[in-house]
Design a binder for this molecule. Structure first.
Ligand SMILES: O=P(O)(O)O[C@@H]1C[C@H](O)[C@@H](CO)O1
Length: 289
């Protein structure tokens, strides 16, 4: 795929998908590392390997199957990415966020992002679920932004605000759901920070992030949220805390991707139930647009 992507490219992919499925999703879900099982909850599935979808990038990371799944969650039509694209795989940021604009053209109004992340907050435990309140987009602050280049006004404005993008109402619904599911003891709310990866953080970097007020760190999500916000989507985000980021020179532990995938498995049922119930309570109408 070429680096500069234009409206027609997104449109071609969206038109192809609309010709292949009867589903007309209003909600899109992006599954983080090891969280592809979220798609299992969809009923009446139509699924497409990324390699079959014209214009789609390919997944290269273990724990990211590389399939787009359409289906119904409690009567609400959704599309789910089993596998996302990361900057460290060598994709440009417009490629990592390509699906988000395609979803917009499919009629998606709400984006749910999920990810695996390491915790910096001292009170977080491995296995905690963090409802994302805000993000720090480190690559973005350094000039690596998916919105770089000529602005396409058909999607959104040149200078989109990024305050209050993680929808307050959806966060409240998610909290209430966690209470009623009896899992609120391991649910947090906090700030996610995206770093470029693919290496995990050095101790000095971890300490820097901790001082900056970061609660959880990962290698994705922020560019997708920036692009979704730019084109007017509502956003909800969840981080699964798969490891504590090493902050002490006395600590002999270290993190690896296999451990990240193991913890993702541990919370798969809870996350599936939370996302399903959240979607079922969303104020969306399948029959419009
Ligand atoms: O796709 P996500 O952000 O869930 O993936 C995280 C960050 C790295 O890609 C990988 C590290 O284990 O998991």
């Amino acid at each position: 795929m070429k680096d500069q992507i234009c409206y027609d490219d997104y449109q071609k992919t969206a038109s192809w998908l609309l010709s292949q499925t009867q589903h007309r999703p209003k909600v899109a879900i992006i599954c983080g590392s090891g969280l592809g099982m979220l798609a299992d909850a969809l009923k009446c599935q139509d699924s497409f390997p990324y390699s079959d979808i014209p214009g789609f990038p390919q997944s290269t990371v273990q724990g990211h199957a590389g399939r787009l799944v359409f289906g119904e969650l409690k009567g609400k039509t959704c599309v789910c990415m089993q596998g996302r694209f990361h900057m460290y795989e060598g994709h440009s940021l417009c490629k990592t966020t390509f699906p988000v604009r395609v979803f917009k053209l499919l009629g998606v109004e709400t984006l749910i992002v999920t990810n695996a992340a390491g915790s910096l907050a001292d009170n977080y435990q491995v296995g905690d679920i963090m409802i994302i309140k805000d993000h720090i987009n480190f690559p973005g602050l350094a000039g690596l932004n998916p919105l770089n280049g000529p602005n396409d006004d058909k999607f959104g404005p040149r200078f989109p605000p990024m305050s209050g993008v993680y929808d307050k109402d959806l966060r409240k619904i998610a909290f209430d759901l966690c209470k009623s599911m009896g899992v609120s003891q391991f649910v947090q709310e906090g700030v996610y920070c995206m770093v470029g990866g693919p290496n995990f953080e050095s101790i000095a970097e971890a300490r820097l992030l901790h001082r900056l007020g970061v609660d959880a760190v990962g290698m994705s999500t922020a560019p997708e949220v920036v692009v979704a916000t730019h084109c007017g989507m509502r956003v909800f985000g969840l981080s699964l805390i798969t490891n504590k980021v090493v902050k002490s020179y006395d600590d002999t532990e270290s993190v690896n991707h296999e451990a990240v995938l193991e913890v993702s498995k541990l919370r798969s049922q809870t996350l599936k139930m939370l996302v399903t119930e959240l979607v079922s309570r969303m104020d969306i109408n399948n029959n419009t647009g």
